[in-house]
Ligand binder design. Structure first.
Ligand code: FAD
Length: 404
């Protein structure tokens, strides 16, 4: 399947491609290529985000009144394609695609002025404090407590799986402000400075084996009598569940998966050209070719679905229920690619993992997945869990469609 862009769209694509090639620092692309999930260190992320910000391209999904470039859905899709093609790391979704839309819709004037420009200029990075031990899928059962004390709240409790908490400047946090009524009715949405006294952060190392200090992804965050100004509460007290669900639509539907899937598929094709099975390149093996054909069809379906969906949204619209479909299928097909890579290289899947990731003197033996297929495979298990697991997305859809 080939998308036909108009001459204007092709010109836009050339403009974006040329600009990225000229402006994305080599070290940013290198680090992204070596990482297991196209994520880079804080230093590199800020470096690249500031360059994009200066060009006005850091916030393609923001409405124009908040500094977005005013692109239509095809232009946004082309931009995502070209970013993936150039091995750009993922930008800070927590900042740009999650907390920002919530502040635009529900934030006070002070919050909009204080936080949105700092995000748009890549001066501050955010992390997400939703999940707690025992409160993941059943998020409304969360227990981290915020008690009002004059002009402040005093926060006590624990968050878990907090991605990038070790280098974030701010955390948006769901806290319990009431135990009356339904659990959903006693939650508030607080913006907390990560430098506040009483916050402690412990790393969690994932099954992919990354144990390099500061290169890990997730953490536990403990709050011990943390004082938070009440003006940092978004919207009304005890109405945080509404804002939390709105944010989840952006978490699930804020990312087009198609461009990254295509890029990974190209790596897999390269790998199958190089990898020899029974004296011939794996790419000539009929069983492999059949599986690759099925995978291509699944990627086409994801991409078509995403294109139809994103073109139906106007700038600033929330993704709604369709976000669950996009999240579920995009991540599941992404995992299949990593499964195929492990299948291709078998017990060669994990020879140099940690070294190859972060030491620029270690040269990959082949493109893409050839020498760290297993760590990538393990790392990608997370994608069908975070942001609401695939099972939970299916529940959401079933409930909406057939009222279960
Ligand atoms: C790498 C990683 C990064 C993460 N980053 C963040 C972050 O930055 N911020 C944050 O707040 N959270 C984050 N999370 C947490 C994530 O949102 C939760 O892990 C997720 O919501 C699942 O919750 P849980 O881990 O408590 O599992 P559980 O909710 O205990 O689920 C366990 C299993 O049971 C299934 N299950 C649960 N309920 C149902 C049901 N009703 N019907 C059918 N099946 C069900 C689930 O699908 C899953 O397979 C991250 C998680 C991971 C793994």
């Amino acid at each position: 399947m080939h998308l036909q862009f108009t001459p204007e769209e092709l010109a836009f694509q050339t403009e974006v491609r040329t600009w990225i090639a000229a402006n994305m620092p080599k070290e940013v692309a290198e680090e992204s290529r070596r990482s297991r999930s196209s994520h880079v260190s804080r230093e590199r992320l800020i470096q690249w985000q500031r360059i994009l910000a200066a060009k006005g391209w850091l916030t393609p999904n923001w409405p124009k009144e908040h500094g977005g470039p005013g692109w239509n859905s095809t232009q946004k899709f082309i931009f995502e394609m070209e970013m993936a093609r150039a091995d750009s790391p993922y930008l800070s979704s927590f900042s740009l695609k999650m907390v920002a839309p919530v502040l635009m819709k529900y934030g006070s004037d002070w919050q909009k002025q204080r936080f949105l420009p700092a995000i748009a200029r890549a001066e501050e990075l955010w992390c997400q404090g939703y999940s707690e031990p025992g409160s993941g899928s059943d998020l409304a059962s969360l227990r981290t407590r915020a008690v009002r004390d004059g002009d402040d709240y005093i926060v006590n409790g624990q968050k878990i799986w907090t991605t990038n908490a070790h280098w974030a400047d701010w955390i948006f946090c769901l806290v319990r402000t009431s135990t009356e009524g339904k659990p959903q009715e006693g939650i508030s949405f607080l913006l907390i400075d990560m430098k506040s006294p009483g916050i402690k952060i412990d790393p969690i190392y994932l099954v992919d084996g990354t144990r390099t200090p500061m290169r890990h992804e997730v953490n536990q965050v403990f709050f011990d009598n943390v004082r938070v100004p009440a003006k940092n509460r978004v919207g009304e007290e005890n109405k945080g569940w509404t804002y939390a669900k709105y944010l989840l639509e952006f978490e699930r539907g804020g990312q087009a998966h198609g461009p990254r899937l295509r890029k990974s598929l190209r790596h897999l094709d390269d790998l199958a050209e190089l990898w020899v099975k029974d004296g011939k390149p794996l790419s000539t093996d009929p069983a492999w070719r059949e599986k690759m054909a099925a995978l291509r069809i699944e990627i086409d379906a994801v991409e078509m679905n995403e294109l139809a969906f994103y073109s139906s949204l106007k700038g600033g619209d929330s993704p709604g229920l369709q976000a669950s479909v996009v999240k579920m299928r995009g991540t599941e097909v992404g995992q299949k690619i990593t499964e195929m890579a492990v299948e291709a290289v078998g017990n060669y899947a994990q020879p140099f993992s940690e070294l190859r990731n972060y030491d620029s003197n270690v040269v990959p033996v082949g493109p893409g997945y050839s020498d760290d297929a297993a760590p990538r495979y393990f790392n990608q298990r997370k994608t069908t869990i975070f942001g609401g697991s695939s099972e939970v997305q299916r529940n959401v859809l079933a409930k909406a469609m057939i009222g279960l």
